[in-house]
Design a protein around this ligand. Sequence first.
Ligand SMILES: [Zn+2]
Length: 269
Amino acid sequence: MQGGPGLPGVARMPRYQEPVFVLKKWDLGESDQLVSFLSSGRGKLRGIAKGAKRSKKRFGGLLSPFLLVQLECFENPSRELVRIEGCSLIHYYAPIYGDLEKLLVGCCALDFLERVLPEKGAQEDWFDLLRHFFECLGNTSTASCLLWVFFAKALCLLGLQPQFGKCIYCRRPLGRAGVFGFSVPHGGVVCGACIRRGTATHRAAWDTLLLLDRWVAVPMEEGVLAAEGTKRRVREAARILEAFLAYHVGRELRSLRVMREVQKKIGQR
Ligand SMILES: [Zn+2]
């Protein structure tokens, strides 16, 4: 048991400190907050931060997105929620807070993780993915494109790895010429010869499928570089990934719609 020796026969709650990213939080009554967070070693958890809305000393406004914080928690095995006792700053992703598009993109990633990750089920890979995503988001000038690369990686971590390199029916690698499709329910590419089977939900150009294949295979920053100067391919790839996400998440991500509405208003595409 962590937290030092205990008295025999006295039930004690394991106490631990761990780096975490806050995914989402909700107000509970006048002064408490319910916080969903992704920790480095225990996956996604939810906890109660008593007095978080009032206590500047214990939490200091640090239970917020786009910060890497050290969280001090008590875990009661008989309860689902942990008790959050304190919080200290490890890293502040300042470039995200300073840019509206980056903020919107970051919120989409957090919304997605809060929605799809099982509690206490997700491990270190997800924490590393989110940390790397925040680092890339701070440095990139094409935040929207980075979000789609992130989603391509996340789908693979979920075990839903869509197949972009070869036809899901005949298993042949795609040639450069011809018509191609993508089947959302079957999670992969359909070649021109097999497209008459009628399961393709999207038409896709060869270079779009190649881009999606790259996004799955290479590190995030390289995925963004591979998309440079090809807005059409990114738009087509995003349509396919968004449909695939909606199919598996069960409904559209509200944060994606909010992002689009704001981008429209400020004249970005
Ligand atoms: Zn085929």
